[in-house]
Design a protein around this ligand. Structure first.
Ligand code: NAP
Ligand code: ZN
Length: 346
């Protein structure tokens, strides 16, 4: 067993505290990773606060992990000591079902094993990346291109892939009008990726406070959703909308912005159910869809795409003692645009 230093939370309203956790001895195909940086995703907050359902505490969140391989199991073939690697939202899956065989492990029919708040194949609870080390089977590890620093790489492992995958799946590209709803961690990645794919990109943010940043990241247009005129002006405009909002929104208002055959993809995951008026779909053959992270192969593709197009998240690096404060600021939409924990401060 390897002892890792970590930051854990003991309940929905509890602050983070110093913790020590055990990482398993390396199995044949396992790699040991010394974590350098871990991003803070809004999903960490939903989970830590118990919003998505009961959680077993103590909980160590973190599924945007970047670090270095420091040891490998005897049968590992893909990685060696010293490799720069990342781990995202899942650490295992059955590997055998139809979806796993297609490389869509996130949709494993037996359920993927989440990086934290899950149970691994040994029956042990999984604990995430707010820690100094993690042990992961090599098939769920990806390679970080040399041109991307560890700090910038971390958020790509969730915010990057969660936006890349639906943009890719629904064909964002030249001639396509894409709207990104919410300019937070996911949203500011969606803007950059959709722009690099060649789409015409519009940001729909609550206010115009982040307009300059949005345009600098590649958006062609930027509108405030607090202004009712936005919804009149943009009616019937978009081929594809990616909703990254972490709270409940008025779907009907946003569906009205889609054109014929347009699709609104929800990646935002508020705990409360969303409702819609089906006539907003029927009248224009529109679709309302969802998407969850991306498969391992696609995650590697996304990292290589970001390296090729010089895409990186805008980050604010914090120490391990600032996690509670960072959570408060994410909840207040006061993040530009991803907090990343410097694990050397553990
Ligand atoms: P984030 O950094 O907090 O960004 C969310 C953005 O939504 C905010 O910056 C804000 O943008 C907007 N927003 C927040 N509250 C709002 C409200 N009440 N009304 C309208 N807009 C609001 O969060 P994130 O890390 O990007 O995650 C976003 C959501 O995606 C979370 O629910 C998370 O759990 C989910 N998620 C899903 C997946 C998946 O696989 N599907 C993966 C990762 C995360 P503006 O200030 O620009 O309005
Ligand atoms: Zn996430």
């Amino acid at each position: 067993m390897i002892t890792a230093k970590a930051r854990a939370v003991d309940g929905p309203d509890k602050p983070f505290r110093v913790a020590e956790i055990k990482r398993r001895d390396l199995d044949l195909h396992d790699v040991l990773i010394e974590i350098k940086y871990a991003g803070i995703c809004h999903s960490d907050i939903h989970t830590a606060h118990g919003e998505w359902g009961p959680v077993n505490y103590p909980l160590v969140p973190g599924h945007e992990i970047a670090g270095i391989v420091t040891d490998v199991g005897t049968e590992v073939s893909k990685y060696k000591v010293g490799d720069r690697v990342g781990v995202g939202c899942m650490v295992d899956s059955c590997g055998d079902c139809e979806n796993c065989r297609k490389g869509e492990e996130q949709y494993c029919l037996k359920g993927n094993v989440p990086t934290y708040a899950g149970v691994d194949k040994y029956g042990e609870p999984t604990q995430g990346g707010y820690s100094t080390h993690i042990v992961v089977t090599e098939d769920f590890v990806v390679r970080i291109p040399d041109s991307i620093g560890f700090d910038a790489a971390a958020p790509l492992l969730c915010a990057g892939i969660t936006t890349y995958s639906p943009l890719n799946h629904w064909g964002a590209g030249p001639g396509k009008k894409v709207a990104v709803v919410g300019m937070g961690g996911l949203g500011h990645m969606a803007v950059q990726i959709a722009h690099a794919m060649g789409a015409e990109v519009t940001v729909l943010s609550q206010t115009l406070k982040k307009k300059d940043d949005g345009l600098a990241l590649g958006a062609d247009h930027y509108y405030a959703t607090s202004d009712p005129e936005t919804f009149e002006k943009l009616a019937g405009t978009f081929d594809l909308m990616i909703n990254t909002v972490s709270a409940k929104i008025n779907l009907d208002a946003y569906l009205g912005l889609l054109n014929l055959d347009g699709t609104l993809v929800n990646v935002g995951a508020p705990a409360e159910p969303l409702s819609l008026n089906v006539f907003n779909l029927i009248g224009h053959r529109r679709s309302f869809a969802g998407s969850m992270i991306g498969g391992i192969r696609e995650t590697q593709e996304m990292l290589d795409f970001c390296a090729e197009h010089n895409i990186a998240p805008k980050i604010e690096v914090i120490s391990a003692d600032q996690i509670d404060e960072a959570y408060e600021r994410v909840l207040a939409s006061d993040v530009k645009y991803r907090f990343v924990i410097d694990i050397s401060t553990m």
